[in-house]
Design a protein around this ligand. Structure first.
Ligand code: SF4
Ligand code: SF4
Length: 543
């Protein structure tokens, strides 16, 4: 059913201003059930328009508004009233409005906003269930649609932001992936999710242009839409490392990487300043890609600036902002300029950033982006199968959040990233080392920790407020109360934050499977050299 809401009366009045007489159409189906265009609503609208001096010569409930032949019949019956009207107002979905406008010459205006295709949960209570992608994959996800019910339309499992079954973007929205996992777990079919779902063919959705369908063509249409093929990946073993970071990890040295947030402007000097500061204390510097969905200087451009200064970049690529064409093209461009390390993420939802009105892309999820990079590197092919003229040399990374819900699925998701072709993993910030160790034990038992280099993330906290904020509001981060208490009691919270960070690094270093550390000093990069020194990680290997 198409769910609609009535437009505010002021908006309707505004576009009807030039007209003195209005014919009103309602719809017998969805708009009646939504109480936006049934007989009662049409009569109410008539009353409202008459109150402001409009003449309403007539009205009709179309059966339904999107049925062209039926509409024509109704319009013949109401010809006299329609002829006496300057315009028509249609209280139905956009589909119905357009059907009416295609039949009549007079101006036609929409009285409703079409919201989504949904289910009636209870009377007057609707929820979206399907985005009409044209190639249903509900058989692979326990009958729950990840395209619709996951806010990022991820196809290979949850992002790292789900908390207690709720979506990171709104605690009132259930995490679609939690629902899928719960249902499959209940049926004893969780293993279904171990398979990588390859990049979806969106050409069957709205992205393929205007869709048409004739019942007579049903067989042909089904034949045209191939099912998702199973993905088989084989990693090409290369003896020579592709980057300094890979060399350090391959040689069994404990790696240090840190994060650099690009500026919100075109002046490269802040990037250069931070690069110089971090050059001697990190093996590679990770450039964030519009982190927290805030527009900044591009991660690739910053990566090239770093290369010019002799600093090795790890370029982040989020799938939120670019489709597969742009992502593959940007990777080739960056590789052509000398970037070797890439970190594949889905990215924070745009609702968190400074452009919440933006349209997100999520053509690929992080697992599928890893797959794309691996195909380009190891098979010399694009996702489409087309051959590359020369394959890029890439060291492929991904992120994982050991603390996000659902905990039992984290290892499965990591296994998918490894199978897709991921070489190294950067984790979300660790504050709760015991919980982290528990996750590491799971990875060890599943044989995953030996297949990928794991860099444990740490964040130095600057203030009590930051510690509390991370504990209470940052999804997927566990900050034990003991750490918050230490920050509260500290005479010098900054000093204490650095001390805590160094202690955590020392504990993480003791875990055999942790192959390095990733320091995320959010807008506090100047403390990184001190942290690395106090953690006894200097000097960094010269290669
Ligand atoms: S997979 Fe596609 S067709 Fe199936 S419910 Fe989801 S959006 Fe609709
Ligand atoms: S928390 Fe993440 S995985 Fe879950 S619905 Fe929201 S965006 Fe999707």
């Amino acid at each position: 059913m198409i769910i609609t809401e009535q437009k505010p009366l002021e908006e309707i009045v505004q576009f009807l201003t030039p007209y003195s007489s209005v014919f009103i159409c309602g719809c017998s189906e969805c708009a009646t059930l939504c109480k936006t265009g049934g007989e009662e609503e049409v009569k109410n609208m008539k009353g409202e328009l008459e109150k402001i001096g409009k003449n309403v010569p007539g009205w009709v409930i179309l059966d339904p508004a999107c049925h062209r032949l039926n509409d024509m019949k109704f319009f013949r019956e109401h010809k006299k009233e329609i002829d006496a009207s300057d315009t028509l107002l249609v209280l139905a979905c956009g589909n119905g409005v357009q059907t009416v406008a295609e039949i009549l010459e007079k101006p036609v205006y929409p009285g409703c906003n079409s919201l989504f295709l949904g289910e009636i949960v209870r009377f007057g209570n609707f929820e979206e269930r399907c985005q009409l992608c044209g190639n249903c994959l509900l058989d692979m996800t326990g009958g729950i649609c990840p395209i619709t019910r996951c806010s990022k339309s991820l196809l290979n499992g949850p992002c790292g932001g789900s908390v207690e079954g709720k979506c990171e973007i709104d605690p009132d929205i259930e995490c679609g992936w939690q629902l899928i996992i719960d249902r499959l777990k209940k049926r004893g079919e969780l293993n279904v999710l171990r398979k990588i779902l390859p990049p979806k063919d969106w050409s069957t959705s709205r992205d393929g242009g205007l869709r048409k369908f004739k019942i007579a063509q049903i067989r042909k249409a089904v034949e045209k839409v191939p099912r998702q093929k199973e993905v088989k990946t084989e990693k090409k073993i290369v003896s020579s490392p592709r980057s300094k970071l890979e060399k350090i990890l391959k040689e069994g040295k404990f790696a240090v990487t840190c994060e650099l947030g690009p500026p919100k402007g075109a002046d490269p000097s802040p990037v250069k300043k931070k690069a110089k500061l971090l050059k001697e204390c990190a093996d590679a510097v990770n450039i964030t890609d519009n982190q927290t969905a805030i527009a900044r200087m591009s991660s690739i451009a910053c990566g090239v600036i770093l290369l010019q200064l002799g600093v090795e970049p790890v370029v982040q690529m989020v799938t939120r902002d670019r489709n597969r064409l742009a992502l593959q093209s940007d990777v080739l461009g960056a590789a052509g300029l000398g970037v070797r390390n890439f970190l594949c993420l889905s990215g924070d939802h745009q609702r968190f950033g400074n452009h919440p009105q933006a349209k997100n892309v999520y053509d690929l999820d992080a697992v599928q982006l890893i797959l794309a990079l691996k195909m380009m590197r190891d098979e010399g092919r694009f996702l489409s199968g087309d051959k590359l003229s020369s394959p890029p040399s890439l060291f492929i990374g991904a992120v994982e959040n050991p603390f996000a819900d659902p905990f039992e699925f984290r290892a499965i998701r990591l296994a998918k990233k490894i199978e897709a072709g991921c070489d190294f993993i950067q984790t979300q910030a660790v504050f709760d080392v015991e919980k982290f160790k528990k996750w590491m034990r799971i990875l060890k038992n599943e044989g995953l920790s030996e297949k990928v280099y794991i860099l444990a993330g740490v964040i130095p906290v600057k203030s009590v407020g930051m510690a509390r904020y991370m504990r209470d509001y940052v999804s997927g981060v566990t900050v034990p109360d003991e750490i918050v208490k230490r920050m509260e009691d500290a005479k010098d919270p900054k000093k204490e934050g650095i001390k805590i960070c160094v202690e955590i690094i020392k504990q993480l270093k003791q875990i055999e499977e942790v192959r390095g550390i990733h320091i995320m000093a959010v807008a506090w990069e100047e403390v990184v050299p001190q942290i690395v020194e106090e953690a006894k990680l200097l000097p960094r290997p010269k290669l």
